[in-house]
Design a protein around this ligand. Sequence first.
Ligand SMILES: NC(=O)c1ccc[n+]([C@@H]2O[C@H](COP(=O)([O-])OP(=O)(O)OC[C@H]3O[C@@H](n4cnc5c(N)ncnc54)[C@H](OP(=O)(O)O)[C@@H]3O)[C@@H](O)[C@H]2O)c1
Length: 326
Amino acid sequence: MHAIVVTQPGDPDVLTWTEVPDPVAGPGEVVIDVAASGVNRADLMQRQGFYPPPPGAPPYLGLECSGTVAATGPGVTGWQPGEAVCALLAGGGYAEKVAVPAGQVLPAPKPVSLTAAAAFPETACTVYSNVFQGARLAAGETLLVHGGASGIGTMAIQLAKHSGATVAVTAGSDDKLAACRELGADILINYRDDDFVERIREATGGRGADVILDIMGASYLARNVDALAPDGRIANIGMQGGRKTELDLSTLMAKRGTITATTLRARPAAQKAAIVAAVLEHVWPLIEDGRIRPVIHCELPMPDAARAHRIMADSTHTGKILLRTQ
Ligand SMILES: NC(=O)c1ccc[n+]([C@@H]2O[C@H](COP(=O)([O-])OP(=O)(O)OC[C@H]3O[C@@H](n4cnc5c(N)ncnc54)[C@H](OP(=O)(O)O)[C@@H]3O)[C@@H](O)[C@H]2O)c1
């Protein structure tokens, strides 16, 4: 098969479409003939040498894919060769084939193309596990999504609206905010022009956000606590604004606030399988009946992975960038 190989850590030009050995389905694994893989911001870090794959993961980039079951390993029940699927991966999606634990495979949703199905696994699993399982967002509460036009943000807006929450978003341009509004966002904050703490307080009658899905980390932590409602929950999933900072805990204590921080890729396979099962039960029906849709900025041929990484680095996209094998 062919895969995108990182010839050495560096800029997007190090991504090379190369012939490599085919994966084999080990015990409990499914091999997928990949139709498409979603590009995630973590892939840019892995390309630069900052985010090595966890032990046992394929060495290639790619945290999600769609495609067709090619083979099943010993002990796998429930999946048959030829079935259309998508999957949450610890790596290896930028390839013509990938092996994945059977518990991380989902049926490809019928309303969307097989290519578009690659837009769902990472966003649905990250948002569901952090916003709903971890932070327990409830109907009537307010969710603040930083980076509302990101791949993650576009899924968070849709899922939160369907749960009956009010959704506030930050983004860096009015075009991106307009896209968030189309997806259902209620409170639109251009973080370049406005202070999100002030805006969220104004919009909630001084109360703040019950849940904040944060991708910035250090640069937003203190302001996220300021923007939090009493008994609020901050779910951190990214460090785009740095990893180290100081926090005055008295504000968090006074609000009885909670901060969690997780990364999906490093979770044990059993936890990933439990998240995928919950996503199948709670998110998939919304995708199957068209209430949640994939937000796709562009689809590129997989050998053009360097172009996809440049688009993501420039942040001109809204939603997902996909790489097609054909
Ligand atoms: N922990 C996990 O398990 C996990 C899983 C998946 C993703 N993530 C994280 O989630 C984030 C989004 O991932 P993605 O793949 O969807 O990436 P993406 O589409 O490239 O999104 C990145 C977003 O960051 C926004 N942004 C940059 N500076 C900002 C600021 N100061 N305030 C608010 N937003 C800002 C950008 O918006 P503008 O262009 O408008 O600036 C852009 O929409 C990344 O940090 C990624 O690492 C974490």
